[in-house]
Design a protein around this ligand. Structure first.
Ligand code: CA
Length: 689
């Protein structure tokens, strides 16, 4: 008691506030927010394991430096329960219910009273000061996720500010390993179009590398070594050392449109700090830090910084936190329909963008029973607007609707492909979209928008908002990562923001490691939002004659499995008309029926960079899919509870040791409701009804 008392006294003297833990509803996930010597910090724990060590909070703005001299006005705020159920038909889970504890921490700074209109102090008087609110940290904690944001307070008559930088960082315990993509150098790559989230992951890489010198992109995955809770010591027995237990941690951010910029994380030793876009992004146009209004808490908010934590990858793959804390920015004006899409460019490239070949692809999409065809770059000159109207009419007569490619430019890079100059200014964009609506065009794919600046985010949002007025769905390519957009903008389809299938056409190396990357996307990039990957080819080679070009190393069952594993409501599949005759009939038949509008998902097993097993549900039926990137054949016994019944007649698509696929009947074990599958390297498995 005495010791406790003296510690309390000492703390009071030093102005140290006690860390009062904020917790998830189930009590396992815990956050301490502290303010020591004027500096704000937080710590994250899962049970007894420190997941994120004490890490700084605070921001530096044009109306004050709120990184030091801070006081925490309420060290132990009451938890407020928040819960919401909502539907999200264009994302990986259609019906979501969210329950969290909300805590609001209020930070103040001591400021001279006279700044606030009081009379000047007389000589000999003590300087008058008072504590002025500078920001709140609003924190949500659910059983698997922490989301927190700053709400900046107006200062005097200042009702807006520029945020220069944030102190927010994530400090990981030593021996943590990482799965993250380096940030690209602005104004590099094809026609100065970077950055666009297209670098390679490193798997289980040590901390302390700052990517290519400019940090890493979201979402970022970390593997922390923890300890399972210690077993109780039995009388007369020695204590058993607690078993090592992995903890997976994913960092991301959400609720970013025109209100803020996107961020990256820069790394020094074991600390990863939020960094705003580089000045040179977007052709050097627009500031690095964002501007915000301070009129109300919503406007004065930074994005939510999210931390997803689990002892398996399940909470990460299944997370919905990126949507739980955002709100729709407008209502859907039209009924937006998910669908499968053909796409000639990935196999036949620019040369295929002519009327005859696009007509051939309309017929192919129709033969597949698919809903859409994406007409890629150069259609404006090679087909023209008038004949595009004819193509659209023809497509509709075959039950197919068109998506059209657009260059986002613009003045921020040199990408030459047309149509150019139609998307970046409202007057031209609205004219173009009105033409689309008249021509029955249902969507656009807007390319080469690399940059995370607020100015760029505003353009993404403006394109989406204008498109909604004309019933147009939007895919972004060569672009940023969406941050909550599936819920914020109902006509949003997907962003690329991944090293996608185009690289399989461009170079052999991406083919050699295709399965490696395939094992991480479903649980990381695709966990935080729809992914425009453009995969599932059944060609052996990326070329029109299917003989030249880069060589696919993965099996046909791998292609089927990734149609399930990779999720977006409008899938641009990389199949080609020749696949109707040169690919196995069972594979083509599967691709004719594969759903893209999913109700639900389950993470089952995996390890990023090694293998992954996920199930998705559509129309009440489950599809289980797995792929393997390891040299050794993977043998798995899969429990099918909650998806299939013991003894149920199921279909299995699987590979033999030489990656020759087949479709067979399979019945789960009548007692255990399990099946055993083997997946060779670069192979895949699908189980469905
Ligand atoms: Ca790209």
């Amino acid at each position: 008691m005495k010791k406790f008392f003296s510690t309390l006294m000492l703390s009071a003297l030093c102005g140290v506030s006690f860390a009062q833990q904020a917790t998830s509803p189930d009590g396992h996930l815990k956050v301490s927010v502290t303010c020591n010597e004027g500096k704000a910090a937080y710590t994250v724990m899962l049970d007894d394991d420190v997941v994120i060590e004490s890490s700084p909070l605070g921001l530096n703005t044009s109306i004050g430096d709120f990184t030091k001299g801070l006081k925490l006005a309420n060290p132990a705020p009451e938890a407020k329960q928040v819960s919401e159920a909502y539907s999200l038909p264009n994302a990986k889970i259609a019906n979501i219910s969210y329950t969290a504890n909300e805590y609001t921490y209020s930070f103040t700074m001591e400021q001279a009273a006279r700044r606030f209109g009081q009379r000047p102090q007389g000589q000999g008087q003590q300087a008058q000061t008072r504590d002025v609110p500078v920001f709140d940290v609003v924190m949500h904690i659910d059983n698997n996720n922490i989301a927190f944001k700053y709400v900046v307070k107006p200062q005097g008559d200042r009702k807006s500010c520029l945020v220069n930088n944030e102190l927010t960082a994530y400090t990981f315990p030593e021996s943590t390993t990482t799965f993250i993509c380096p940030q690209m150098t602005p104004q590099t790559g094809f026609a100065r179009t970077a950055p666009s989230y297209e670098t390679f992951y490193e798997y289980d890489a040590p901390m302390g590398k700052n990517g290519h010198g400019r940090g890493f992109t979201f979402p970022a995955l970390f593997k922390v070594k923890g300890q399972a809770p210690a077993a109780p010591v039995k009388k007369g027995k020695k204590a058993v050392a607690p078993a090592e237990s992995l903890i997976w941690v994913m960092l991301n951010e959400t609720n970013i449109g025109g209100n803020y910029c996107g961020s990256r994380i820069v790394n020094n030793a074991n600390v990863y700090t939020i960094a705003y876009p580089e000045e040179t992004e977007f052709g050097g146009v627009g500031s690095s830090g964002p501007g915000i209004m301070l009129d109300n808490a919503e406007l004065a908010s930074t994005p939510w910084r999210t931390i997803t934590v689990g002892r398996t990858m399940k909470p990460i793959a299944e997370t919905t936190i990126q949507w739980d804390v955002v709100k729709p920015q407008y209502a859907a004006k039209y009924d937006y329909k998910a669908g499968r899409s053909a796409w000639s460019w990935i196999i036949r490239m620019d040369a295929s963008c002519n009327y005859d070949e696009q007509k051939e692809y309309v017929d192919f999409a129709s033969a597949m029973g698919w809903e859409y065809l994406l007409v890629d770059a150069l259609w404006d000159t090679n087909i023209g607007y008038e004949r595009m109207e004819q193509l659209s009419k023809y497509a509709q007569s075959k039950g197919v609707n068109l998506f059209l490619w657009y260059n986002s430019n613009g003045y921020w890079n040199d990408a030459p492909q047309g149509p150019r100059g139609k998307m970046h200014r409202m007057i031209d964009r609205r004219k173009e979209m009105q033409w689309m609506q008249k021509a029955g065009i249902k969507g656009i794919k807007v390319d080469f928008v690399g940059s995370d600046k607020q100015q760029t985010m505003q353009m993404y949002e403006d394109i989406l908002a204008d498109a909604n007025e004309c019933g147009i769905m939007v895919i972004f390519h060569g672009c940023t990562l969406q941050r909550g957009w599936e819920r914020m903008y109902p006509n949003f389809v997907a962003c690329e923001a991944v090293r996608a299938s185009e690289n399989l056409a461009f170079g052999q190396n991406d083919n050699d490691i295709e399965a490696l990357a395939g094992t991480i996307h479903p649980v990381l990039r695709n966990a935080v939002g729809n992914m425009d990957f453009g995969g599932s080819t059944l060609n052996k080679h990326y070329s029109k004659n299917n003989e030249r070009g880069t060589t696919r190393k993965t099996s046909d069952c791998y292609a089927l499995a990734t149609a399930i594993l990779f999720q977006t409501p409008v899938q641009n599949f990389a199949m080609a008309p020749n696949n109707l005759t040169d690919a196995p009939a069972w594979a083509v038949d599967f691709m004719k029926k594969v759903p893209v509008a999913w109700q639900d998902m389950k993470y089952i097993d995996g390890y990023p960079g090694k293998y992954v097993v996920i199930a998705r549900k559509a129309n009440g039926k489950w599809y289980l899919a797995a792929i393997n990137a390891q040299n050794e054949t993977l043998n798995l016994t899969l429990n099918l509870d909650g998806m299939f019944q013991a003894g149920q007649a199921l279909t299995l698509y699987s590979d033999d040791a030489l990656l020759q696929g087949s479709k067979t009947a399979v019945t789960p074990n009548k007692k255990t409701n399990t099946i055993t599958v083997s997946i060779p390297k670069d192979g895949g498995v699908v189980v469905c009804e």
